[in-house]
Design a protein around this ligand. Structure first.
Ligand code: 13P
Ligand code: SF4
Length: 374
């Protein structure tokens, strides 16, 4: 009896996270590969493009938020190991089938933008807009980078989810059904999308959840076609219009391509905007000798620079201080090895489980997104 207990304790301590965190990165490779092989088809590893090389090389599917949510919806693997951030794992749980379990290797891998909209704040905003008589023909639309509760809020009120790759299609979907959009939580993606569709800036008003009545007059909201939540991505806010001028002066002929989470002034100066998947495609399709300054997370930029160096394409980051998403970075090879080896032992660690009542409407909102053309 004592022996059995000791054996159980020994197995537990081998698989406790602290035992992994002090080990060097390179020692994880063989362990991750071995655990991955043992788990076989029971497990799928999804990796977002911002993950570090030591992690993403083990992903079965890589992609932007849209592509990964589709992969999560289509896989039949029992375990979905999500190398990304919390809202992505939540969406995978919402879209997954009964019996599938989603694992986020480090629970601290959140998203500061998603944290900028709390469900209680969104409910208060809606109530205030309702009191102004504006919600009847308003469609709530949330960026994927939001909690499942906010996705559910949108689903329940006739709205949907979008990613940076299908924001325009989602806007068109919403305008076919209503006169106004409440766009959560990234004001920049909302503004860039609306503007590209011909909506002037003065018809897109920011709702500040920390200010009385959103910080604007009723008249300003009444004359708006898009109400933008005051949220942003701190990584992409670091790119400035002056960076565009500087790289153009230094490298004549360089193309500037940026993620639409960048501020409007940067996007206006850029040659193209796109989701992470689209940015990759632009570089892939460019002829030899092309030069790009990319405004997005540094791991993706560095990976592209390495991948295309011997194909005669020069790739630099738009801001040479390097913009790192610290929460994506939290998924380390040690966390991945820990999650996988625990699975081999039959233990599911860091499972992400969305509450049942939230799941239903979040699924409605996500399904609407998957149904529209990206
Ligand atoms: P993508 O959907 O373009 O991959 O973007 C996700 C994200 O969080 C960007 O900051
Ligand atoms: Fe969130 Fe920005 Fe990181 Fe994307 S890059 S996960 S929006 S903090």
């Amino acid at each position: 009896m004592t022996l059995v207990l000791e054996e159980a304790q020994a197995a537990e301590s081998v698989c406790s996270l602290e035992n992994y965190l002090t080990l060097p990165d390179h020692t994880m490779d063989a362990r991750i590969a071995a655990a991955r092989q043992k788990l076989g088809a029971s497990t799928v590893i999804l990796g977002h493009h911002y993950q570090r090389d030591e992690v993403i090389r083990f992903a079965d599917f890589t992609g932007d938020s849209y592509k990964l949510s589709k992969a999560a919806a289509e896989t039949s693997a029992k375990y979905i190991l999500f190398c990304g951030v919390h809202f992505m794992a939540e969406s995978a749980d919402v879209l997954g089938q009964a019996g599938q379990e989603v694992i986020l290797p480090d629970l601290n891998a959140g998203c500061s933008m998603a944290d900028m909209a709390e469900i209680s704040q969104v409910e208060a905003c809606w109530e205030a807009l309702e009191a102004m008589g504006l919600t009847e023909d308003m469609i709530p639309l949330t960026y994927m980078n939001s909690t499942a509760a906010i996705k559910a809020f949108c689903g329940e009120r006739g709205g949907l989810v979008c990613t940076s790759s299908n924001a325009r299609a989602a806007f068109e979907w919403a305008f076919a059904r209503g006169k106004r959009i409440l766009f959560l939580p990234d004001q920049h993606l909302g503004r860039n999308t609306g503007y590209a569709m011909g909506i002037p800036l003065n018809e897109m008003t920011v709702w500040d959840p920390w200010a009385l009545q959103g910080g604007q007059t009723k008249a300003a909201f009444e004359s708006s076609r898009v109400i933008l939540w005051k949220g942003h991505c701190s990584v992409h806010q670091r790119f400035l219009p002056s960076h565009v001028d500087q790289v153009r002066a230094k490298y004549p002929g360089i193309q500037v391509i940026v993620h639409p989470e960048c501020r409007w002034e940067v996007c206006q100066k850029a040659d193209a905007l796109g989701s992470t998947e689209r940015l990759i495609k632009i570089v892939e399709d460019a002829p030899e000798g092309s030069m790009f300054a990319i405004g997005t997370e540094i791991h993706l930029v560095n990976r592209l620079a390495k991948r295309f160096a011997d194909k005669g394409k020069k790739i630099i980051t738009l801001d040479d201080t390097g913009c790192l998403c610290t929460t994506m970075y939290r998924i380390s090879p040690q966390h991945l090895a820990w999650a996988l080896e625990n699975l081999v032992e039959g233990r599911v660690v860091n499972q992400i489980k969305v509450r049942r009542n939230v799941k239903h409407w979040a699924r409605v909102a996500l399904d609407r997104m998957l149904e529209i053309k990206g």
